[in-house]
Design a protein around this ligand. Structure first.
Ligand SMILES: [Zn+2]
Length: 147
């Protein structure tokens, strides 16, 4: 049986770096269950809206392909599109906060965006989602070839 040659120190450092990146990526992209999603929404409401938005239920839905999230203020229910699963946490948090804000303010007027200003990654998350939509509209390019 062959024993693999010892990695050089530089190789080892590189490998550890790669593994740590992988772990971090897994952690920030973990898929939450509906209960965890509701708990997360409650925490976000606490943190950014002083707990004023009180969601009754938050759940994933698979029948929402043109919207990232929706809510029914009279019921306090929030639904998130399953298409957000696997996106970075700050993007999911933004969509949660967006729907939470609708429990307080209907429509997208100045009062609505004023609420979202409390979340420092609103612009970045909106840019990310716009990028996803834009990428879907691009003609499919042939996969890059390795030379
Ligand atoms: Zn909205």
């Amino acid at each position: 049986m062959l024993i693999p040659a010892r990695m050089s120190e530089a190789e080892e450092r590189r490998w550890v770096g790669v593994m740590l990146d992988k772990l971090a990526a897994q952690e920030s992209r973990s898929i939450l269950g509906d209960r965890e999603l509701t708990e997360r929404a409650l925490r976000l409401s606490e943190q950014y809206f002083g707990g004023r938005a009180r969601p009754g239920s938050v759940r994933w839905v698979t029948n929402q392909n043109t919207r990232w999230g929706s809510c029914t203020p009279s019921e306090g229910s929030i639904r998130l599109s399953h298409r957000l699963q696997g996106m970075p946490e700050y993007v999911v948090d933004y969509v949660l906060l967006h729907e939470l804000a609708h429990l307080l303010v209907p429509g997208h007027g100045p009062r609505f965006w004023q609420l979202l200003e409390a979340y420092p990654r609103t612009e970045r998350a909106r840019g990310y989602l716009e990028g996803v939509v834009a990428a879907e509209r691009l003609p499919h390019l042939p996969a890059a070839r390795e030379e």
